[in-house]
Design a binder for this molecule. Structure first.
Ligand code: ZN
Length: 259
């Protein structure tokens, strides 16, 4: 929701130039940014500055949050809405950054099994392991990107339910979306070859994880997805309003649809 104060604040924010240090951070950590061109590149930096400024950034377990962390994580968030706007992130208020993978604790304080790389909560918080954010973005072709995964969950949550269906562009999109995602979800659960080649097995956990894993693959393995799972590629391309195959390294291309 855009309030008057928010509009004024954003206009003031965008009047200042992008800090030069941010470009070096993005060059080092987020390869897809180098492929952004023209108005789309300008829009990326506008949304990036707004996202960095408006979210509350919290370090956990001794982490001192740096610009490198803010800018790198924000870049992953913004790529998903480059052809939309920032409204799917309105309810996301804080991003908590851990220095490593962490463990949940039982009520008696003992650690639970399994290390956590990241989480997106329905109450407006994303939690991320910083080394996993870096690894996911710096290697743009392995189909594994923790930050992109968690921000896909935020889009899903923003649509009102956590079930693998974010808000789509038009009402007509829901029927093909449901048919295509559920078919490929079931095929991944059955370990079918085409799905296994493109999608991480974790996507077979449930529909919400399937959407997040499919989003990672859409940006990190776009050519493989287009070739092996073309219907899944098409519904994601419609959602995100772009074809990452054109830009390489998961870089969005094309002209933004709205300011
Ligand atoms: Zn997940």
């Amino acid at each position: 929701m855009f309030g008057l104060f928010q509009r004024v604040r954003r206009r003031q924010l965008l009047a200042d130039p992008v800090p030069e240090a941010w470009r070096a951070i993005l060059d080092a950590n987020v390869p897809f940014v180098a492929h952004l061109q023209g108005p789309l590149r300008d829009r990326f930096f506008d949304l990036l500055r707004i996202f960095v400024a408006e979210k509350h950034w919290i370090g956990a377990q001794g982490v001192v949050v740096t610009d490198e962390m803010r800018v790198t994580i924000a870049a992953a968030a913004v790529r998903l809405v480059l052809h939309l706007d920032l409204s799917p992130y309105d309810a996301l208020t804080e991003i908590v950054i851990y220095p490593w993978r962490y463990q949940h604790r039982n009520t008696d304080g003992t650690p639970q099994d399994g290390a956590v790389l990241g989480e997106a909560h329905t109450w407006g918080t994303v939690v991320l392991s910083w080394p996993d954010v870096l690894q996911g973005l710096r290697n743009p072709h392995d189909g594994h990107d923790t930050a992109t995964h968690e921000f896909a969950h935020v889009l899903d949550i923003a649509a009102g339910a956590f079930n693998g269906t974010p808000e789509l562009r038009s009402r007509e999109d829901y029927r093909p979306w449901g048919a295509v995602l559920s078919r490929h979800f079931r095929r991944l659960q059955r370990d079918q070859r085409a799905e296994r080649k493109v999608l991480r097995p974790y996507g077979a956990t449930n529909e919400a994880e399937f959407f997040a894993v499919a989003t990672e693959a859409f940006f990190e393995k776009p050519r493989q997805m287009r070739e092996r799972l073309p219907e899944l590629f098409d519904v994601l391309a419609e959602l995100y309003g772009l074809d990452p195959c054109d830009g390489c390294d998961g870089a969005p291309t094309g002209t933004p649809r709205q300011a």
